[in-house]
Structures are given as structure tokens and as C-alpha cells.
Design a protein around this ligand. Structure first.
Ligand SMILES: Cc1ncc(COP(=O)(O)O)c(C=O)c1O
Length: 447
């Protein structure tokens, strides 16, 4: 069944009126914020929330968030993965509270950093680690190091990827050529100078791009998560690994979102063997912090190519990286929250979420699909799962997305503002998941 656009617009207008009338305090704060914050928000993407102005948050615990108007939401956005552990996870809170009285930042290592390095090596199979403040930084530093040790100019990414605000990644394919992605703000150079873009799951294009031997690294999510969920085709990862090895290209796997697949991310769950791995957001339970790891061989090449006397001016840095506040939060989160036991709870709940959404889609014969990756699920407005970023991007329907988000929000459920993604925190219950299914069914039926 196709969507009646006039009806959709009518419903959306109704939801917008409902949102405005139910959020007077958020509206007041937004009006005040417009006098001191650019666009009325502290971070520009907060304007992307459906409703015309963002909900102002008051507090959050576990899977629930309360706004300044007193509404309580089931939070499936979870800070777009930063709070995948659930908000204010008790082990992380206890560690941060204790560390807060012992100092926030030293420029010196702590024992927690060693524990975290050892634990990451155990989980991901890469022996050496470094810390950064954000996943963006971890990716930027991994790319820099890859260029440094290979002496090659290009980075290869998959079409419609997102790896944070990394210059090399704001590129897309147009007519087979690498061009700046729409919205690219002040690119330092034409992205075609730095980047090759190929479609995910396109082994032939990948081979053609890598064969000249001028690509320092492939930076990839093991399954795409930022343009809906695009899963790798059978054999794609073997091909990717084989081609990168054969052409001397380093393989960097970004697990920032795909950590949803389990305690060792997609890498461990599927036996991948990257040369480098990056991870941010949830790794410190939402406290800013990220990590990047290296194989024995990459670590050796970095050591051989780096001069200790000028190590602080090489473009890999961050004064607040590896602060004791971050490292203690990481240790507590890895030890007590991102655990096998919690994933054994959240993955079946995400399966329940996907099954509920799939049933509602089938009931209404909608040409939509739902995909899942561990404790992350996402519905998409096309009838079959996309094979690559271009297919996924072609199915974006901003108006429909806005309606689905706002209608969910007005009924007490938060989804990420950028796409139709839901994450399951360890404190979510079956009842919570079923409530989402009910709300989803009701909102679809209203169309
Ligand atoms: C896969 C992936 N990598 C890296 C990042 C960047 O994270 P941050 O904005 O915390 O630097 C994101 C952000 O959405 C992401 O989805």
C-alpha cells in the first residue's frame, strides 16, 4: 500500500500542533536560547528533531528520559549510541563520582588505562591501543597514522558512510565520480583529492579502486548503520580483507555503532581481522572518550616512523584524551555494562522490536522493511533491505520520517532524529518493546 501524501501532511500538521501545545516549557527555553545560541541550540544538529524546536531534557536514567515539561519518554535514541549502556548506568556513575573527587585530568596515565588496553585487546584481538576524546578523533588519527606509515595519499570509504566530522569522509559518488557530499561545510580541499568512494558490497569496484596501490586505508563500518542498516553480503568481508592485504592497504574497522553486535562488536562476532579498529560513544558509557587499536605489525611500523621529540605536533593529540575521568568511566562501563550478560538481554529484545515492527508493516502491506544488528534495529521505507548506501539513501522520505518520529515522540517514545533507528538499553523490558510496537502500529494505521 502506498502512502497518501495529503493525508500524511494533515497528520504531520496535527502532530506538530500537539507537540507545540504539550511542550510550553521547552518552547520557552528554545525562545530564550535563540538569543544566545546559534539557531537556538548548543549543537546545530539538535534542530533536526521533529517538532519545530527540540525537547529540553531534564534528566535520564536507564532507558527513560524526562523533559522540562515533565513528560517521561522511553528512550530508544540513547544519545545516538552514546548512552547505549542506558543513561547513568550505575557502575559508570559510581566510578565517575569517585574519580571526580580525585581529579579530572592529569596529562599522566592511570592504572585504569592499562586495564582498558588489556580488556580491549582481549575483546577485539588487537594488542595495542590509544585514547581519543571522540570517535571522530579516533578515526582522524587512525587515518593520519595509516597515511604516515604507508606513504599513500588516499582514503577509501563506502558511499553514504558516516564516521564523524572527518574531512575525508564527506564525499559521495555522483556518476561514478567522487564529489563533496551535500551540506559539506568549508571542505579544506576537493574530496576527490583525498578520497575514493565505492558502494558497500561492490567487490569489483573495491578491487579497481585498490589496485593502483595509492590507498592508505579503507575506513569502514563492518555493517553500515548511518543510512539505515546495510548488512554486508555473504563473503564481502573476506573479499575486503583479501583485497586490502593484497594491495598493502590498511583496513580500519569503525565499531562505534556496530558495538551493538556484542561485547567485541561485529569484529569479534564475525571473526574479522582489521589492522586498526576505532570505537567511541558508548565505550565510556556516554562520558566523552574513544579508543583506537592496532595490530602488532601496524604498531611496529608506527613506532619505527615516529619521532618522540615531535610527537605532540604531528596532528594526533587531544589534551583531554585518556583523562582519568574517561579511563575510569571506560573501565567501569566495560567491566559492568557492556557485558556478555547485558547483550544476552538486549539482543533478544531488539529481535522482539524488529518482529513487532515487521508484523505491523505486514498487516498494512507497507513497502517497508526492518533490519537489525545486535541490539540496534531500524525500519526503512523500501520493501527490501538495501544492498548499499545509494539504495538506502534513495529511500529516504523526510516527510514520512518526520511524521513517524514526531508521532512516536508525542506518544512517549524517542527515536534518533536522523533516521529510524532504535537502540535497546539493558534496562528495557519486553513491555517497553511492546509499547513501541503498539505506538508504531497506531501511527501507521493513522496514515
Ligand atoms: C560509525 C561512526 N563513527 C564515528 C562517529 C563519530 O562519533 P562522534 O560524533 O562522537 O565523534 C559516528 C557518529 O555518529 C558514527 O556513527
Amino acid at each position: 500500500m502506498s502512502i497518501d501524501r495529503a493525508r500524511l501532511r494533515g497528520r504531520l500538521a496535527e502532530e506538530e500542533r500537539r507537540f507545540a501545545s504539550c511542550h510550553p516549557r521547552s518552547r520557552e527555553l528554545y525562545d530564550r536560547a535563540r538569543r544566545s545560541l546559534l539557531g537556538g541550540v548548543p549543537m546545530h544538529w539538535m534542530t533536526r528533531w521533529a517538532g519545530g524546536f527540540p525537547v529540553f531534557a531534564e534528566r535520564a536514567e536507564g532507558a527513560y528520559l524526562t523533559d522540562v515539561d515533565g513528560h517521561r519518554y522511553l528512550d530508544l535514541c540513547l544519545g545516538d549510541t552514546g548512552a547505549m549502556t542506558g543513561h547513568a548506568a550505575p557502575p559508570t556513575v559510581a566510578a565517575v563520582e569517585a574519580q571526580a573527587r580525585r581529579g579530572f585530568t592529569f596529562m599522566l596515565p592511570t592504572e585504569d588505562a592499562v586495564w582498558v588496553g588489556e580488556e580491549l585487546a582481549r575483546r577485539f584481538g588487537l594488542p595495542y591501543w590509544q585514547f581519543a576524546v571522540t570517535a571522530t578523533d579516533a578515526n582522524r588519527f587512525a587515518i593520519r597514522l595509516a597515511r604516515h606509515i604507508t606513504g599513500r595519499p588516499f582514503v577509501l570509504v563506502f558511499n553514504w558512510c558516516y564516521h564523524g566530522t572527518v574531512d575525508e569522509c564527506f564525499a559521495t559518488l555522483r556518476g561514478g565520480r567522487t564529489v563533496a557530499r551535500a551540506g559539506n561545510i568549508g571542505p579544506p580541499v576537493d574530496p576527490a583529492v583525498t578520497t575514493k568512494v565505492v558502494e558497500f558490497n561492490d567487490a569489483a569496484a573495491l578491487e579497481k579502486a585498490l589496485l593502483p596501490g595509492d590507498v592508505a586505508c579503507v575506513l569502514a563500518e563492518p555493517a553500515m548503520t548511518n543510512v539505515g542498516i546495510v548488512l554486508p553480503a555473504p563473503g564481502f568481508h573476506q573479499t575486503l580483507r583479501e583485497l586490502t592485504r593484497r594491495t598493502g592497504t590498511l583496513l580500519i574497522i569503525d565499531e562505534t555503532h556496530t558495538i551493538s553486535a556484542g561485547p567485541g562488536g561485529y569484529t569479534r562476532a564475525h571473526g574479522l581481522t582489521p589492522d586498526m579498529l576505532t570505537l567511541g560513544k558508548a565505550v565510556a558509557g556516554g562520558v566523552p572518550g574513544a579508543v583506537y587499536g592496532f595490530s602488532e605489525s601496524v604498531a611496529g611500523r608506527i613506532a619505527a616512523a615516529t619521532e618522540a621529540d615531535v610527537i605532540d605536533t604531528g596532528g594526533v593529540g587531544g589534551t583531554l584524551a585518556a583523562s582519568p575521568l574517561t579511563t575510569t568511566a571506560m573501565r567501569a562501563t566495560l567491566e559492568g555494562v557492556l557485558t556478555e550478560e547485558n547483550f544476552r538481554r538486549t539482543i533478544p529484545l531488539a529481535e522482539r522490536f524488529a518482529a513487532g515492527v515487521a508484523a505491523a508493516i505486514a498487516e498494512h502491506s507497507l513497502p517497508w522493511t526492518v533490519q537489525r544488528l545486535g541490539c540496534r534495529a531500524e525500519y526503512w521505507f523500501r520493501s527490501t533491505p538495501p544492498l548499499n548506501g545509494a539504495e538506502a539513501a534513495a529511500a529516504v522520505d523526510s516527510e514520512l520520517e518526520r511524521y513517524m518520529h514526531l508521532a512516536a515522540l508525542n506518544r512517549g517514545i524517542l527515536l534518533t532524529p536522523f533516521h529510524n533507528m532504535a537502540l535497546i538499553a539493558p534496562t528495557v523490558t519486553e513491555g517497553d518493546v511492546d509499547r513501541h510496537t503498539e505506538v508504531f502500529r497506531e501511527n501507521v494505521a493513522a496514515l
